[in-house]
Design a protein around this ligand. Structure first.
Ligand SMILES: [Zn+2]
Length: 87
């Protein structure tokens, strides 16, 4: 049996490093690694609207550093983590 779990969140607040990563496709490798760990099997797209200064952790890379935040949307698909072997 195969179960799929898909979802989306359009209210992400991501840090400047995530903005550079999402806008350019490349960037700070540790930031990219943390984003992959935070959002496995996910597609994140930059909205880019400024949300101003925040001291909350970045929703993209989980960085605890305060700073400016920008909008982003993420879609995820847990398909690969929820495949149940068939007898
Ligand atoms: Zn970030």
């Amino acid at each position: 049996m195969v179960e799929t779990a898909m979802g989306t969140r359009d209210d992400l607040a991501v840090c400047v490093k995530c903005v550079h990563l999402l806008a350019n496709g490349t960037g700070d490798e540790p930031v990219a690694d943390r984003m992959m760990e935070t959002w496995p099997n996910a597609l994140m797209v930059l909205g880019g609207a400024s949300l101003g200064f925040s001291d909350q952790a970045c929703d993209g890379c989980s960085s605890p550093l305060a700073g400016d935040r920008f909008t982003a949307t993420v879609w995820w698909d847990d398909f690969y983590e929820h495949v149940t072997p068939v007898d």
